[in-house]
Design a protein around this ligand. Structure first.
Ligand code: NAI
Length: 343
């Protein structure tokens, strides 16, 4: 069966890491018809917006997209393409698995946790204004509907993937109404999942606990801002942003993208780590039911990381993005040959 999937290359290192993911997915044998659509700074002049309608139309039609990072200018200009996309398509779950891989030098070697970040509201709802010339105000929105569905998504994931514990992260001691509501929703939903352990931790304490003992955590669920910060922090525990994939999932569509940004400091240098984009592709393959290809690619990625010879500078190697990508394709082909011999 041929799958139709939207591909948004993005900008900065986006085009090179999404091309790497596309090459590897295509080499796995899965049949995909890619609908490549451009978004970001390069289309503003022509369309007057970084997110033209054709991008949303393509995702709505195909229901699945693989996306590279898109630069968001700080403090001025257009609203973030990423935030707008998540809100317009109601992609309410942001899922970021953070996992240690053998061969990757990092502070911990036994991390395997998944962060569920609420993706549509909180301080990212975009409601802010100048009260006066000297005072700005941002409004934090937390609703029962959005809190219930993200907590439920975390518990459903835990149950489906044989995870043991869900930890809700909040600051309800200070923001008694907004985070208080999130916590109340989490506690209520937890009652429906008695088979899974539940706890709640205040976000500042959580930051310390994650840095000290990340192996103690399994599935974490939290409002938007805390999820944004803690997922980048957690990526540092396993070797950096180059290794953390992500999925934005709603009821009608899903957009898979690395957790990292467009990395302007290394853009165009053929030195970005393609793994986060490739792992995002693996999440996408699982989402569309291509489990065998997903497994095959993950094994090849793990083999190349373990061997440590063809990895990019962020992982201590000196391979280029293209060399890293080709090593993964080669490992995948080698594994397939071994499989045939075994049979
Ligand atoms: P960033 O994630 O782009 O970079 C942070 C650091 O990590 C940089 O030193 C960069 O070189 C390194 N890095 C990131 N990805 C890497 C990779 N694959 N391989 C090797 N090193 C990597 O974060 P930054 O600099 O804060 O953001 C840059 C732009 O990206 C901003 O405009 C931001 O708004 C945007 N952004 C977009 C996202 C998206 O499209 N989903 C997500 C996060 C940021």
């Amino acid at each position: 069966m041929t799958h139709k999937i939207t591909l948004i290359p993005g900008d900065g290192i986006g085009p090179e890491v999404t091309l790497a993911a596309k090459r590897i997915i295509d080499a796995s044998g899965v049949e995909i018809e890619w609908d490549v659509v451009k978004a970001g700074a390069e289309v503003i002049e022509e369309y007057g917006t970084p997110l033209p309608d054709y991008v949303l139309e393509s995702i709505k039609k195909n229901k699945v997209a693989l996306k590279g990072p898109v630069t968001t200018p700080v403090g001025k200009g257009f609203r973030s393409v990423n935030v707008t996309l998540r809100q317009n398509l109601n992609l309410y779950s942001n899922v970021r698995p953070i996992k240690s891989y053998e061969g990757v030098e990092s502070r911990f070697d036994d991390v395997d946790l998944v962060i569920f970040r609420e993706n549509t509201e909180d301080l990212y709802a975009g409601i802010e204004h100048m009260v006066s010339e000297d005072i700005a105000e941002s409004v934090k929105i937390i609703s029962k509907k959005a809190s219930d569905r993200i907590v439920r998504a975390a518990f459903d994931y835990a149950r489906k993937n044989n995870r043991k514990k869900v930890t809700a992260v909040h600051k309800a001691n200070i923001m008694k109404m907004s985070d208080g509501l999130f916590l109340k929703c989490a506690r209520n939903i937890a009652e429906e999942y008695k088979d899974i352990e539940f706890e709640d931790v205040i976000v500042d304490a959580m930051s310390m606990k994650l840095v000290l003992n990340p192996e103690k955590y399994d599935v974490l669920v939290m409002p938007n801002l805390y999820g944004d910060i803690l997922s980048d922090m957690a990526s540092g525990l396993v070797g950096g942003l180059g290794l953390v994939p992500g999925a934005n999932i709603g009821d009608d569509a899903a957009v898979f993208e690395p957790a990292h940004g467009s990395a302007p400091d290394i853009a165009g240098k053929n030195m970005s780590n393609p793994v986060a984009a490739v792992l995002s592709g693996i999440m996408m393959l699982n989402h569309i039911g291509e489990f065998e290809a997903a497994l095959k690619i993950e094994k090849a990625v793990a083999d190349v990381l373990k061997e440590g010879k063809n990895v990019t500078a962020d992982l201590g190697g000196n391979a280029s993005t293209v060399e890293f990508t080709e090593a993964i394709i080669k490992a995948m082909k080698k594994n397939s040959t071994n499989l045939k011999v075994c049979l």
